[in-house]
Design a protein around this ligand. Structure first.
Ligand code: G6P
Length: 475
């Protein structure tokens, strides 16, 4: 049923634009996030009627939904954006989010399994899969309630693959888009999933008018999976490629605020006078390949002792998905390898690896500004915005060592130093080449990287998808 007061544009994502914590006095504190969707929705203007549907992720969020009487969150907390947060049963959400989305779908698309022992699709998996279906259904029902006749709905990511199909069945009048922010697995790897689950996921997304991806490579992999699993006749209504870019205006302004300057001074002290900086900034995420990055740096110090005392590796690895044991173990391994390098090579005046694990956006921007080399070496990545942000923010120009498995490689490959992320020796060589690059060439390349990185800023990225949906309906 279309709501008479329904929205014309709807966004659905697991994580919303605001989160809540309850402080000691029992008051709710809200915190707003950023990112492409936030910029996109603000770009359509406040008179456009829009609503964002998301899930409550923690106790603070659940309390906020209760206080909002299950409806829309207070506009003061959301910067005026209408946000409907869904209080899905905590156990169902945990099974859908941690169990299926982050431990199965994320692993499949990033090809992270150690296949001799995993995955194991047993009765426990089936129980979690039922939770994933229920969680997707809760989103589909909320969207069906909130949408005006003929509204456009932009469904986000691997958490919500079933929503387009479910929503189409409930509301055939809507124009539905689905956007995958991750890579898409090739058919041989996607085929690890049980056949019925693989088919359900693909059919879910095929319910959309426009199935969109960050690069051509992921879009093609999706189409190949449709053919392999559902048969050659299974074709998406429309597949789109929208390569989300960096927000140059925001980044350059934010990177010159006083808190960033303060952090630059502190980092300069940690690096030491006259030394080069190899910078990486990531969530501590299995796919980011932080450990091999450290091993490559160690190899560089072995192969090229002339860099000892002359370079520091600033590695910012911010906590992520710490509910999952394998992420906690990976975080511990990052620390262990960093400490090992420091104890093997460090000298009284030189700490080879400076590892920071506490999330600090201003410090990340400070590191971007002073980076001589940015190391972005994921095993596989939907896009990787760090690769796009560093050249935009860097003061003197920065050489980019970039994995060919990152989505950003499609746009930045020409001016980056490209690596196979598994090849430690090759990555060490690339770091040496990057450190040795003459300043003029580095600045030139950085300028071209910056231009390519900002070709599709977030607001435009969002509007392009809305436009594509308009096209999808009229064709
Ligand atoms: C990264 C990925 C997105 C994903 C998000 C979820 O940003 O690129 O595809 O939606 O992580 O992160 P979360 O912290 O919400 O699990």
């Amino acid at each position: 049923m279309a709501s008479p007061h329904g929205a014309q544009v709807l966004v659905a994502s697991n994580r919303g634009p605001v989160s809540y914590t309850v402080d000691e006095s029992g008051s709710l504190r809200s915190r707003r996030g950023g990112g492409g969707l936030v910029s996109g929705l603000s770009a359509i203007g406040s008179d456009a009627d829009s609503v964002w549907v998301c899930a409550a992720l923690g106790d603070g969020d659940r309390e906020a939904v209760r206080r909002a009487d299950g409806g829309l969150l207070p506009a003061g907390d959301t910067g005026g954006q209408r946000v409907r947060m869904l209080d899905i049963d905590a156990a169902v959400h945990a099974d859908a989010y941690n169990g299926i989305a982050n431990s199965v779908l994320w692993f499949v698309h990033h090809m992270l399994y150690q296949t001799p022992l995993e995955p194991v699709f047993d009765a426990e998996f089936r129980r979690q899969w039922a939770a994933y279906e229920a969680y997707n259904r809760a989103f589909a029902e909320a969207l069906a309630e909130e949408a005006a006749e003929g509204a456009a709905v932009l469904v986000q990511d691997y958490h919500l693959c079933l929503v387009p199909g479910m929503l189409r069945a409930l509301r055939p009048d809507l124009r539905i888009g689905h956007f995958s922010h991750t890579p898409w697995a090739p058919p041989e790897y996607f085929g690890l999933l049980p056949d019925d689950v693989a088919a359900e996921l693909l059919n879910g997304i095929l319910g959309a008018d426009h199935a969109a991806f960050l690069t051509r490579r992921w879009a093609d992999a999706f189409t190949e999976c449709c053919h392999a699993v559902l048969g050659p006749g299974a074709v998406p209504r429309e597949v789109g490629v929208h390569g989300l870019g960096a927000d140059a205006g925001f980044l350059r302004k934010r990177a010159h605020e006083p808190d960033v300057d303060e952090r630059m001074a502190a980092l300069r002290e940690e690096i030491g006078e006259g030394r080069r900086a190899i910078v990486r900034v990531d969530r501590t995420e299995l796919s980011k390949n932080i450990v091999r990055g450290l091993l490559a740096y160690r190899q560089l110090l072995d192969d090229h002792p002339e860099w000892r005392e002359k370079v520091v590796h600033l590695a910012f690895a911010y906590p992520s998905r710490q509910d999952l044991a394998v992420y906690r173990e990976y975080t511990a391994e990052v620390r262990r390898v960093a400490e090992e390098i420091n104890s093997t090579y460090g000298t009284p005046g030189w700490t080879p690896v400076v590892l920071h694990v506490k999330d600090d956006f201003a410090r990340s921007l400070a590191a971007y500004r002073l980076a001589d080399v940015a190391l972005v070496n994921p095993i596989r990545d939907g896009m990787n915005l760090v690769a796009k942000e560093v050249p935009v923010v860097s003061d003197e120009g920065c050489a980019l060592v970039l994995s060919r498995e990152a989505g950003a490689y499609e746009e930045l490959g020409t001016d980056a130093i490209v690596v196979n992320p598994y090849d430690i020796g090759g990555t060490a060589d690339a770091l040496h080449t990057a450190l040795s690059m003459p300043a003029g060439e580095r600045a030139e390349r950085s300028k071209r990287l910056g231009a390519a990185a900002t070709a599709l800023p977030p607001a435009q990225w969002f509007l392009d998808q809305l436009r594509a949906l308009g096209r999808a309906q009229s064709s």
